[in-house]
Design a protein around this ligand. Structure first.
Ligand code: ASP
Length: 328
């Protein structure tokens, strides 16, 4: 693996190898001294053109726990705000002798373009509405633990995962559909018709507009896990929307969206006790997810955050150390 740009780049063996490496990395989280030597002397730059809490900090922690030097560059405060082109910014950073670039950009496809300009390794940390492969890997890691036990052999074959919400604007949904299918799971996407993207019938999954019928198992069979997605206000209004701002054009009111597609306490009761609820964060409580769902026993939200560090350690390790076996 030279870069990680898309969940679709991973075949089943490669995906399972990353997840198994992440299992071993996870042991570090319970240690007092959280440091391993394999990336000593390597330099990783987190180049973020879009806001991030979880992804950027977990890539930074992952690199540091593997002993790499990690530098954060964000669009605010860089020469991008002085009018420098994306290519010039990227070539400038890459000219400093770095080993890997972890990039987030609001344009779909931008990270793949960047990978064509530089010699170092490139990891896609989210490009527009296109892909977020390490999110899909950490979701798969979390699902394996919640559904299959913790052994390396646990996998997601034939599990039914339901992904609910703003599919149109979600890079998380796209990467999850690709990876979950590679791992043999069955995926149903649930959204109002306005938030299902054109061409979704070509994706390797089923779709529905009826959340209650799907969650109760009446429409597409028993449900093993539910993933709620954020309503991405900043990508609405032709990209002119702002996070936390009004939702225009995709559904009548937030209240109607919450009634039709929010994971309310009543809807939680449609799910078995052991069905995990995932959300990639940041959550809009009261819109796509209720506090009862976000904080209840089924919630896997903080497990996802913890898995994010281990999975990103595994990805950086496999890209930069190139080895299969890791001793933790
Ligand atoms: N944090 C995820 C992403 O960057 C999900 C979201 O923002 O809704 O795509």
């Amino acid at each position: 693996m030279r870069h990680l740009l898309s969940a679709g780049d991973l075949d089943r063996d490669e995906a399972l190898a990353i997840l198994d490496t992440a299992e071993r990395m996870h042991a570090l989280q319970d240690r007092e001294v959280k440091k391993l030597p394999p990336l000593r002397g390597r330099t990783i730059v987190n180049l973020f053109f879009e806001d991030s809490t979880r992804t950027r900090s977990s890539f930074e922690i992952a690199g540091k726990w593997l002993s790499a030097d990690v530098i954060n560059v964000s669009a605010k405060g860089s020469s991008v705000s002085k009018g420098e082109s994306l290519r010039d910014t990227v070539l400038t950073v890459a000219a400093m002798g770095i080993d890997a670039l972890v990039v987030r950009h609001n344009a779909s496809g931008a990270v793949a373009r960047i990978a064509g300009w530089v010699d170092c390794r490139v990891v896609n940390a989210g490009d527009g509405t296109h892909e977020h492969p390490t999110q899909a890997l950490l979701d798969a890691y979390t699902l394996r633990h919640r559904l299959g036990g913790t052994g390396d052999a646990a996998d997601l074959a034939d599990r039914h995962i339901v992904i609910v919400g703003d599919i149109t604007h979600s890079r998380v949904a796209r990467s999850n559909v690709l990876l979950l299918r590679t791992l043999g799971a069955r995926v149903t996407l649930v959204a109002p018709p306005t938030l299902l993207p054109a061409g979704v019938h070509c994706w390797p999954c089923e779709t529905s507009w009826d959340l209650d019928a799907v969650l109760s198992g009446k429409a597409h069979g028993d449900v093993d896990a539910v993933m709620m997605l954020r309503v991405q206000r900043e990508r609405m209004s032709g990209g002119q929307g702002v996070a936390g701002g009004p939702v225009v054009g995709f559904f009548p009111t937030e209240r109607e969206y919450a009634i039709g597609y929010g994971l309310s306490p009543e809807r939680l009761d449609l799910l078995g006790e052991s069905v995990p609820v995932l959300h990639p964060g940041p959550m809009n409580r009261g819109l796509e997810i209720s506090s009862a769902a976000a904080d209840g026993v089924r919630s896997a939200v903080l497990d996802q955050v913890r898995a994010g560090v281990s999975v990103r350690m595994a990805v950086l390790y496999r890209l930069l150390a190139g080895a299969d076996e890791v001793t933790v």
